[in-house]
Design a protein around this ligand. Structure first.
Ligand SMILES: C[S@@+](CC[C@H](N)C(=O)[O-])C[C@H]1O[C@@H](n2cnc3c(N)ncnc32)[C@H](O)[C@@H]1O
Length: 696
């Protein structure tokens, strides 16, 4: 286990703690980066007026206070239409029945502005008293939570109201970052109300803004004290320090602290002495990043870029606890500084998220039910109308009555993405080729509104048990569970409108959940996985009918970030199947797929694929590609179909001459052989001489 892994951060902190995180732990730049995202939200608190009124006064008064609390809400409910409108803006269920609720339509339009100000003051002061009790460690007991109706721009506005230094610190006092997307969560939302005068419609939002500001200021004071203590002890690697080091470069030189990159002999000696001290590793990583960012100016004379890179990768491996092979593979995916952010993000758990099962309930009803049980949550983001992010819960979120009744699935936010891309339409016939334990199957079933049929397949029979259990719990009536090797499709079954291939993969996107990936993956694993993925993707493409009335689509996804398992597989499929092409995923955010990588060039349309990263999107690393399958073009006698100069087969697994073309084992043979050689070598076994295929 690496130094950093040993000090791994705990799961996202509960509300009380999340108001006062260590500024150093968060990292100055990270805190700012998170804050800069319009999607960042202020710490949200359960409505705390009850506490403020009942502290130390016994049960009876507690009840009374609760009644007052409800009364306060009843005042607000007088204008329920406004609330309803705002609630809808947050809980935009796709199939929302806008007129299925009878709203109260009390007219308070004639209340004067200064009466509203009084009302606001009441809310604000009640909140402040509640906050002080809240911070005194009193447990949260299922009070009604107010949703955050605030504008996403609120942080910016508050920052401008405060002196710069305080504004900066207050940003560190916020709850864990919300799950992306930055662009779609921006200020042109319907929630924006900061600049407007106080009206009935925005009163709650304004009140919340004031509450949030007060909360931040309180938390700031506490954070300041804590931060001072933690600064000393904290040994997180922080990219801000690299930047500070840049600023201090000349000073450091003047102080005689010039960094010296160890020579090969010095590294060996260090290894023999039991490895470097963690502080030495940290400093060296910082310095290597700094040098690699401006190599010509900062490198020691006579030392090469390769030497710095090798040292940095070795230090990353030891600090974060990776084998050097994987540390290098992941490091190479990013610019130097971003790579460090990626490794750091893998040390922090991702937010807990749930997906509303729209076959059983609506998101806002589910949210209300869970809030009543003491769960602190909010919608994930505007890109999903079924997701909720759970910040804190006084009950186990996997064992609530709502969970048992199938009202939601505990599911990582990234796992929503392939199904959003697949976009199944009611009545369609869908294949989920590698489906256990069924997170995506049940999502597909819900989007089909229990119509059509989903064949949920998984090669691993044992895993189909949990798949079946989820299908039943969530009330999916259109799912058929089966267990074939995906490579047997379409022989066992074909003619699907859409196919999802959520492929078996190395899991390099989910290291924060499964740190064993750091050490248990070798080059051979990646070669074998890519080989399997290529076989599966051709079978997936061959399993759709090109005649589907809404268009025939295949979505390929992995929870891995390596290029071999993603773009290289997609590019392979494009080369092998001329009747398919890539289309937009429809997800609306994500980083474009690589079209060239370390000397390999892919089809230029591969940029339509999307990558998702923990350090960018605060979700598991993921990859999504969407293919459209067209009818194969009629074979013209004597003509060969070519793509990129290569003879290719058509959509039926036949080439232009009508011969059956299976998965091309030969193409991968040199890679497999080479990988086997390395594997044997690493195990100290005899390595056979290279065959002609491998030499080629
Ligand atoms: C990433 S997981 C799928 C997760 C699933 N889609 C979900 O959302 O819950 C990959 C699955 O592929 C299955 N698998 C591995 N090899 C397979 C093959 N050759 N054919 C079909 N499924 C396979 C594994 O058993 C595993 O359940």
């Amino acid at each position: 286990m690496g130094h950093r892994a040993k000090n791994k951060q705990p799961p996202p902190k509960p509300l009380e703690d999340s108001t006062q995180p260590s500024p150093k732990k968060l990292g100055k730049r990270k805190a700012e980066a998170i804050d800069d995202k319009p999607s960042s939200r202020p710490a949200k608190k359960a409505k705390d007026q009850t506490k403020s009124k009942t502290k130390g006064t016994g049960k009876k008064e507690n009840k009374k206070a609760k009644k007052q609390d409800v009364d306060a809400w009843e005042d607000v409910e007088d204008d329920e239409e406004d609330l309803k409108a705002q609630t809808k803006s947050l809980f935009r269920d796709s199939e929302e029945e806008d007129d299925d609720e009878e709203g109260l339509t009390g007219n308070l339009d004639d209340i004067e502005f200064d009466e509203w100000v009084l009302l606001l003051c009441f809310y604000n002061s009640a909140f402040l008293i509640g906050l002080s009790l809240f911070l005194s460690d009193e447990p949260l007991r299922g009070q009604a939570q107010q949703f955050d109706f605030d504008s996403d721009d609120e942080d910016d506005e508050l920052a401008t109201q405060q002196p710069p230094s305080r504004a900066k610190k207050s940003k560190q006092a916020e709850r864990p970052a919300k799950i992306i997307p930055t662009a779609s969560d921006n200020s042109d939302s319907e929630d924006d109300s900061d600049d407007e005068p106080v009206t009935m419609a925005n009163m709650v939002a304004k009140s919340k803004a004031l509450e949030a500001k007060a909360a931040r200021e309180q938390a700031l004071d506490l954070a300041e004290v804590q931060a001072a203590a933690e600064m000393e002890a904290d040994d997180d690697f922080d990219m801000q320090d690299v930047e500070d080091a840049d600023d201090d470069e000349d000073d450091a030189e003047a102080d005689g602290e010039v960094f010296h990159l160890p020579t090969a002999e010095e590294r060996e000696a260090e290894k023999n002495a039991g490895g470097p001290d963690v502080h030495v590793v940290q400093r060296r990583m910082r310095e290597c990043v700094r040098v690699l960012q401006r190599f010509r100016k900062r490198a020691e004379e006579g030392r090469s870029r390769v030497e710095y890179t090798e040292q940095l990768i070795a230090d990353i491996a030891s600090y974060y606890g990776y084998n050097e092979f994987l540390a290098e593979k992941l490091f190479l995916l990013f610019p130097v500084a971003e790579a460090i952010e990626f490794f750091e993000a893998n040390e922090v758990p991702r937010p807990v998220t749930i997906r509303t099962n729209t076959l059983r309930t609506r998101r806002r009803d589910l949210a209300q039910a869970l809030i009543n049980r003491g769960v602190n949550l909010e919608p994930i983001g505007k890109w999903t109308n079924v997701g909720l992010q759970v910040f804190e819960s006084s009950v186990p979120i996997g064992a609530t009555p709502e969970y048992l009744a199938g009202h939601y699935m505990l599911q990582a936010a990234s796992s929503f993405l392939p199904v959003i891309a697949l976009a199944p339409q009611p009545g369609e016939r869908v294949l989920d080729m590698a489906s256990a334990p069924g997170g995506k199957t049940t999502h597909i079933a819900a989007l089909l509104q229990n119509t059509g049929v989903v064949f949920a397949n998984d090669a691993n029979k044992a895993r189909t048990k949990s798949l079946g259990a989820n299908v039943h719990r969530l009330g999916c009536k259109n799912v058929v569970v089966c267990s074939y090797d995906g490579r047997e499709f379409p022989k066992v079954m074909g003619g699907f409108d859409r196919v999802l291939l959520d492929a078996p993969c190395s899991g390099t996107g989910v290291i924060s959940k499964d740190s064993s990936v750091k050490v248990n993956k070798s080059e051979r694993d990646f070669t074998l996985l890519a080989h399997l993925q290529k076989q599966l993707i051709l079978c997936a493409l061959d399993s759709v009918t090109p005649d589907s009335k809404n268009g025939s689509y295949v979505v390929y996804s992995t929870c891995s970030v390596t290029v071999d398992e993603n773009e290289a597989v997609v590019d392979y499929a494009l080369r092998k199947r001329p009747n398919v092409h890539l289309v937009e995923t429809g997800i609306g955010f994500g980083v474009e797929g690589y079209t060239s990588y370390r000397g390999k060039t892919f089809d230029k349309t591969v940029q339509l694929t999307r990558r998702f990263y923990p350090h960018v999107h605060n979700m598991d690393g993921f990859f999504v590609a969407k293919f459209k399958v067209e009818k194969r073009s009629k074979k013209v006698s004597g003509e060969k179909e070519t793509k990129g100069g290569e003879v290719v087969e058509n959509g039926d697994g036949e080439n232009a001459e009508g011969e059956k073309v299976e998965f091309d084992e030969e193409e991968d043979r040199p890679y497999l052989e080479e990988s086997k050689r390395r594997y044997l070598k690493s195990k100290g076994l005899r390595v056979p001489p290279r065959t002609a295929a491998a030499k080629a």
